[in-house]
Design a protein around this ligand. Structure first.
Ligand code: NIG
Ligand code: FE
Length: 414
């Protein structure tokens, strides 16, 4: 593996002196930086960095150089919430949406997640893998270096395992850092609509043990919301998953004050995601917890929903993470740069807050904060070099263009 020296970097962004797990509250306004910097990548890791003034003293500098004057270097984005393994796009029900049907109404008609689940039954593992791989290559070009991917379009044991095996294959074959989440409780199949606890039993007694046995999932998720799974269902699933060592990442409070945030915190969830319905009680529950509040601007934008109170959360001292929710039904884009712009435009987050929200905070939300999310010596060299752009603020301002020129994963240019 070739060492790389990046020189004359306009600014190295997100390079804290001390390693942090995540950044919360007012501290989200700060991005630790080194001006006129160099960065040395060795054996796939960040070996060293500093200011150009001190570079000459270093011994054995690599011959392989990337000149980065006028450009910024940052950790590659971590996208901590996606459903990017799916059988088909769903633009047809998007038309229903344009005509005025709500997400819940579409779900009630057997559209939405159930629509994807039907297609999933017929999809081959190879095709799912190839399609997902293309999506992964696409998001890499926008600067993503780590991604969490959920199951949840299976909804039968066989089909859920199929999805998770595809994710396992992606882990092996892609240079991105990938985490897998088991989301058997994504929607209630039609045949269990009158007795949903029976479906929850299947998730617990049939799916979970097999997922654990094949070591297919890092985390567990439940869509705990109005019209989907209840707090009691969620409680049961999370308790069962804890026995297999799976930490929760919960879909919560997207459609109502569902109690999802509280039940997530109760089970020490790594993250609770969506959060459109977050009030004082929910904020109080999140305070002093180890749970990362994660907002998914793409879904709120696509579904025209109320917005999660990002500013209020940060003013209360909470951290905030931003992820894409890349999926065919409510957020058909995995472009983290677009999500970053939405963070500023829709949620009034400062560019610095956004950068924290898509690097170290999402790294935490997928349990990789020790290896990713900041420019720190010894961390994995998953970094990006921007194009020649005028300022870091430009990253969340120019919402349509790709500001990333080069992506380096595991120390290699991809
Ligand atoms: O995160 N909210 C629940 N699940 C997905 C939507 C999935 C779908 O509609 O296919 C989400 O938005
Ligand atoms: Fe989601």
């Amino acid at each position: 593996m070739n060492d790389i020296l990046i020189t004359n970097i306009k600014e190295l962004l997100q390079a804290p002196e001390e390693a942090v797990s995540y950044v919360a509250g007012d501290r989200m306004k700060e991005i630790p930086r080194v001006k006129n910097a160099w960065l040395w990548i060795k054996d796939g890791k960040i070996f060293d960095f500093g200011s150009m003034d001190e570079l000459e003293d270093k011994n054995g500098l690599p011959a392989n150089r990337i000149e980065a004057s006028g450009k910024y270097v940052l950790p590659a984005w971590c996208d901590s919430h996606t459903h990017l393994v799916y059988p088909q796009s769903r633009e047809i029900e998007y038309i229903d949406k344009i005509k005025g049907l709500s997400y819940e109404e579409i779900a009630e008609r057997g559209g939405g997640i159930l629509n994807s689940a039907k297609k999933m039954q017929e999809a081959s593992e190879d095709k799912l893998f190839e399609d997902a791989m293309k999506r992964i290559q696409e998001i890499t070009r926008w600067g993503t270096g780590a991604v969490e991917i959920k199951s949840g379009y299976g909804l039968t044991t066989e089909s859920e395992l199929k999805m998770l095996r595809v994710i396992k294959r992606l882990k092996k074959n892609s240079p991105l850092t990938i985490k897998a989440t088991f989301l058997g409780a994504h929607s209630i199949p039609m045949e269990y609509r009158n007795d949903q606890s029976k479906y929850v039993d299947i998730v617990i007694n049939e799916m979970l043990p097999k997922v654990a046995e094949e070591e297919l999932a890092d985390f567990v998720d439940v869509f705990c919301d109005k019209g989907f799974f209840t707090v009691e269902d969620t409680d049961r699933i999370l308790e069962a998953a804890a026995k297999f060592g799976m930490r929760p990442k919960i879909h919560a409070n997207e459609l109502d004050y569902s109690g999802g945030i509280q039940v997530g915190v109760k089970h020490n969830a790594l993250s609770v995601d969506h959060l459109e319905f977050t009030g004082d009680d929910e904020i109080a529950a999140l305070k002093d917890s180890d749970t990362m509040p994660t907002i998914l601007p793409g879904a709120a934008f696509f579904l025209n929903m109320a917005l999660a109170p990002a500013r209020k959360m940060m003013e209360s001292g909470l951290p905030v993470a931003l992820a894409t929710d890349f999926n065919p039904g409510s957020s058909p884009s995995g472009n983290m740069q677009l999500i970053m712009a939405m963070g500023s435009i829709m949620y009034r987050m400062l560019p610095e807050e956004v950068i924290n929200a898509v690097t170290i905070n999402t790294a935490y939300a997928m349990n990789v904060e020790k290896e990713l999310g900041t420019i720190t010596k010894g961390k994995k060299a998953n970094i990006l070099i921007t194009k020649n752009i005028p300022s870091p603020e430009y990253l969340t301002y120019a919402y349509g263009e790709n500001k990333v020129e080069t992506v380096i994963l595991n120390g290699e240019v991809v």
